[in-house]
Design a protein around this ligand. Structure first.
Ligand code: CO8
Length: 257
């Protein structure tokens, strides 16, 4: 598959995707969306790929949805074409993926990063939901995911003022899993992704489903859902292999069955 707005590399079982619209600070337009939808679907379908890293440039992960594309659209146009609803496909990715963020992650860029399983941030990262300054508001899940990640006070302040959160604050607020020096961001993300890629893939899918269920269910239901998946994993060859390998004091050799 050839893409024009992203650069894709394979590092063994890890797919590295770089957003590549430098002239617009990686602003997300319909073409980027279309390519990411195809790319994430292809990743989910490719058994040789076990983790994906999405990153941008040193200056910007993505500076938002493309304002120049949205400028001429009125309500009818947005509503009829269900503008940007396709992002749901990205959030439905079943296999693990990481957002590696350096520089600006604003508006839709921040929202895209928050669709990932976790965000690894460079010390240069800046997160914000500045849509209010354009007369609109978050539209790709930001008001919901940011609030779940950092709580009402910070989310409300960021949405109402458009102020940016730097990497240190984002780490304190649990928006990101860790902060690393900018020069090491992609290597560190690839290292973490390789660790995930080396895990039994069915257990990785289950971990994702369980943690995500915490945002959709009450505690009691979530705990039952977790237990059922735990029970189910005991029917897999990788469970037999994993526990046998532990007892035999050797590394596991996963088949994904
Ligand atoms: N869209 C389009 N073009 C952009 C965007 C953007 N979001 N951000 C930057 N660019 C372009 C600039 O227009 C400029 O292009 P040109 O050289 O042709 O004028 C180029 O990128 C470089 O940008 P700057 O010269 O502005 O660079 P600076 O370093 O001076 O500033 C900033 C960097 C602070 C990031 C600044 O570019 C900025 O404020 N950008 C806009 C940030 C923003 O408001 N983002 C939110 C957009 S709205 C949104 O994301 C809604 C999401 C929900 C959609 C849901 C649909 C259902």
């Amino acid at each position: 598959m050839t893409y024009t707005t992203v650069i894709v590399e394979q590092h063994d079982a890890v797919t590295l995707v770089r957003l590549n619209r430098p002239q617009a600070l990686n602003a997300l337009n319909s073409e980027v969306l279309g390519e990411l939808i195809q790319l994430f679907a292809a990743y989910d379908a490719d058994a040789s790929q076990r983790c994906l890293v999405l990153t941008g440039s040193e200056k910007a992960f993505a500076a938002g949805a493309d304002i120049k594309e949205m400028q001429p659209k009125d309500f009818s146009a947005m509503y009829v074409e269900n503008f940007f609803a396709g992002w749901e496909r990205v959030t439905n990715t079943r296999k693990p993926w990481i957002a590696a963020v350096a520089g600006y992650a604003l508006g839709g860029g921040c929202e895209l990063a928050m669709m990932s399983d976790f965000i690894l941030a460079a010390d240069t990262a800046k997160f914000g939901q500045p849509e209010i300054k354009l007369g609109v508001a978050p539209g790709m899940g930001g008001s919901q995911r940011l609030t779940r990640a950092v709580g009402k006070a910070k989310a409300m302040e960021m949405c109402l003022t458009g102020r940016m959160m730097d990497a240190a604050e984002a780490e304190r607020a649990s928006l990101v899993s860790r902060v690393v020096p900018a020069a090491e961001l992609v290597d560190e993300a690839l290292k973490v992704a390789a660790q995930i890629a080396a895990m039994p893939p069915l257990a990785a899918l289950a971990c994702k489903e369980m943690v995500n269920a915490a945002f959709e269910t009450g505690l009691q239901q979530g705990v039952v859902f977790e237990r059922r998946l735990f029970h189910a994993l005991n029917a897999t060859a990788d469970k037999v292999e994993g526990m046998t390998a532990f007892v035999d004091k050797r590394p596991g050799n996963w088949t994904g069955r």
